[in-house]
Design a protein around this ligand. Structure first.
Ligand code: SF4
Length: 107
């Protein structure tokens, strides 16, 4: 397993663990959630930004050319919404044009 694949596995395992704390049967509404701040310690650790275009493509761990929260496998909520829940940041909403280092392509 490569270093990148191992890192992704560990990150996604953290996502699965975080998902265990989400209340079953209650769908999270993005408008109920505070916006994730870039000064949030976990957001900072994951290099989250509200503007994916500000990220140097060469620094991304995944080579896919277009990477935003709106096309990430981990985003939740409704297509077209500006702020959406994310499995990585439970209890917060991320910007549809944002990005973090855990970005993963939709299957
Ligand atoms: Fe969440 Fe994906 Fe956006 Fe990262 S890139 S904040 S994992 S939706």
């Amino acid at each position: 397993m490569s270093m990148i694949a191992r890192r992704k596995f560990i990150q996604l395992s953290a996502v699965a663990a975080a998902g265990c704390f989400v209340q079953a049967g209650r769908e999270v509404q993005a408008q109920d959630l505070p916006h994730l701040g870039t000064d949030d310690p976990m957001a900072s650790a994951m290099k989250y930004t509200h503007d994916a275009s500000s990220v140097d493509a060469a620094s991304r761990p995944n080579p896919a050319p277009v990477q935003t929260c709106s096309n990430c496998a981990l985003v939740q909520g409704n297509d077209g919404d500006e702020w959406r829940p994310c499995q990585i940041f439970p209890g917060k909403a991320v910007n549809a044009n944002g990005w973090c280092s855990v970005w993963a392509p939709k299957a």
